[in-house]
Write a protein that binds this ligand. Structure first.
Ligand code: HEC
Ligand code: HEC
Length: 539
């Protein structure tokens, strides 16, 4: 299935090159469906105009290879984000490699492959599809007996970067402790604090032995793992390759992670989106297929998905819009204060600073009844790149890597034990007791709650907190009914939004329109206006 195709211009796609080009939740390719032989009639935005091979272009490539994924990421980043989004929404077909579920017979030991409980979907968006057209939340899958809720992926790149910078800080402290202990000849202990979050302490002796028994909320190797509810994965790219395999039966080859995890000669590599993988510091997950057409464990897998697909999805999720904030009333403002007063924010840390932000744009989405049309929200996109001419036809759009203050994220990326009401049975009879603090941004939109989706509303999931949060939960329960409602009202301001239906400075629509259901009237977050290489078309 890994055929290498050149970019082919399709006459059908040209009919769909319309300015606002909206996209829906899960998308088929226009050439795979027709309307009685007429593809273009009323399907504008209802399908993907480019074929899969056109989206793959000239493959993974590099910054000088025209039409490759890396070329677009470096020189036309908004287009790569749009392409990644469409690949996230794409309904893959069996002919494109979708399936089988885990192996040829979809049977086996679930304690070895929890993916046997994940099912088989044809698109990422079939589980991460709400609100409409967003890389949001959605289905619960039985990868563990108690089920796991698909979290939303808004702001995912911010999460990845914060956790990675925290890891670097913690390891710097470890190095320092070892150095000081060696120099002074004395047992040395230092607190492990990064971005204001306390991960306990670390001790070293003069011989360089390190004692991690007082490290809290993170693995002993000090790698902060923000992805998976229990904290299992460091990077978006690993997750994309894993999800393609486990949830969709699509095996992706990857020149980055295959080199990083090469058993004979592991190499340090940077993904096109900028995540640095250093095999000397961490173990990363080896993709199932690292050689074209390899079938390593005889279960009928082969390289089906070009690395360009992984590149665009990773870049999309790195840059994906962070959640927005709906109307903040005085009552909600009071609720926010109460969260500080009773201690919610000891775990759900409100704001954090990224030191070197490698996203190419930020989108700030706020309640705005004047400019908001369909949903009273208005988004403002700001580019975070500088053009650098390197002699190519198109300049590089280099991320500024400036510091960025993240507001209202509400997580410390630490693992906590919230007591037996949150404990989760695993297939092998063990119990998962610790979960990473769920960032609360977006929480107003994402019921039901908890890693398992078992709590039906916000009040229920807050009351479910025990264990380390017991005193804080008692304080919540002791609040007056009106005070509790203030907290819930604040949490309800933290929302996700459908990008195709949200007016923005990239497509402000027509405020006051009598036709808000008309996509050309209600505005959208239209990345198309940021595209830089006209010859690549509208998608
Ligand atoms: C069958 C449903 C399903 C499909 C399809 C699916 N996911 Fe997920 N996804 C989940 C669930 C459930 C979780 C939570 C996993 C856990 O904690 O064990 C998750 C978690 C994630 C996370 C981690 C988020 C976090 O904050 O921890 C990422 C990233 C992700 N998915 C990306 C993808 C991508 C990319 C695709 C398509 C290639 C995809 N998913 C397809 C169900 C799905
Ligand atoms: C000891 C740390 C800690 C404290 C204190 C704490 N939380 Fe949590 N909270 C967590 C963790 C960990 C989770 C994730 C649980 C899971 O994965 O199921 C969570 C989950 C949640 C969720 C569910 C999010 C979702 O999307 O499912 C909400 C809402 C929430 N907390 C609100 C609060 C509020 C409000 C307070 C104060 C009354 C509070 N928490 C206090 C650690 C804490």
């Amino acid at each position: 299935m890994n055929h290498f195709h050149k970019l082919v211009a399709s006459s059908v796609t040209c009919l769909l090159l319309i300015f606002w080009a909206p996209v829906n939740a899960q998308l088929v390719e226009c050439t795979q469906v027709d309307q009685g032989g007429n593809i273009s009639a009323s399907a504008v935005g209802g399908c993907i105009a480019k074929t899969l091979q056109e989206q793959i272009g000239t493959g993974h490539g590099n910054k000088s290879k025209y039409g490759s994924a890396v070329y677009l990421i470096k020189r036309d980043p908004a287009r790569s984000i749009r392409r990644g989004r469409q690949l996230f929404q794409r309904k893959f077909s069996a002919a494109e490699g979708q399936g089988p579920r885990v192996n040829g017979t979809s049977t086996g030991d679930i304690t070895h492959s929890r993916a046997l409980g994940a099912g088989l979907s044809d698109s990422c968006a079939s589980c991460h599809g709400r609100p409409r057209g967003a890389a949001g939340y959605g289905g619960v899958v039985q990868t563990r007996p108690d089920g796991r809720d698909a979290p939303h992926l808004f702001g995912l790149g911010i999460v990845e970067q914060l956790a990675d910078e925290m890891t670097r800080d913690l390891r710097k402290i470890r190095k320092q402790v070892i150095r000081i202990a060696a120099r002074t000849g004395a047992m040395t202990t230092r607190p492990l604090i990064t971005k204001g979050i306390d991960f306990g302490s670390i001790t070293a002796d003069s011989a360089g032995n390190v004692d991690t028994s007082q490290v809290a909320g993170v693995n002993e190797n000090l790698r902060v793992l923000p992805f998976f509810h229990q904290g299992g994965t460091a990077s978006i790219r690993e997750f994309v390759i894993g999800a393609l395999n486990d949830e969709m039966g699509l095996q992706a080859v990857d020149p980055v992670l295959c080199k990083v995890t090469d058993p004979a000669d592991p190499k340090k590599k940077k993904s096109p989106a900028g995540f640095v993988y250093d095999p000397e510091l961490d173990d990363f997950e080896r993709p199932k297929v690292c050689d074209i057409n390899a079938d390593p464990d005889g279960d009928n897998v082969s390289n089906e998905i070009d690395a360009a697909v992984v590149d665009h999805i990773e870049f999309y999720l790195l840059n994906y819009f962070k959640p927005g904030q709906y109307r903040v009333t005085n009552k909600a403002r009071h609720g926010r204060q109460l969260m500080d007063d009773i201690g919610c924010t000891t775990c759900h840390t409100a704001d954090m600073v990224i030191e070197k932000d490698r996203r190419v744009a930020d989108v700030e989405t706020r309640y705005n009844p004047e400019k908001g049309i369909f949903n009273q929200l208005y988004a403002t996109a700001t580019m975070l790149t500088t053009d650098v001419d390197d002699g190519d036809n198109y300049p590089l759009a280099v991320p500024n890597e400036a510091s960025f203050t993240v507001k209202n994220i509400f997580s410390d990326f630490k693992r906590h034990d919230l007591g037996p009401k949150f404990h989760e049975r695993d297939w092998d009879g063990t119990v998962v007791t610790e979960f990473v603090t769920e960032p609360l941004w977006g929480v107003g939109t994402t019921a039901p709650y908890g890693h398992d989706g078992r709590s039906i509303n916000l009040d229920a999931v807050i009351r479910r907190h025990g264990g380390e949060a017991e005193a804080v939960t008692d304080a919540y329960i002791a609040l007056s009914a009106s005070e509790k409602r203030s907290i819930l009202e604040f949490l309800q301001t933290l929302v996700l939004f459908p990008p195709d239906d949200t007016a923005s400075n990239l497509n402000p629509g027509n405020p006051g329109t009598s036709l808000p259901q008309d996509p050309s009237e209600h505005g959208s977050i239209n990345l198309g206006v940021l595209f830089r290489i006209d010859a690549e078309g509208a998608e």
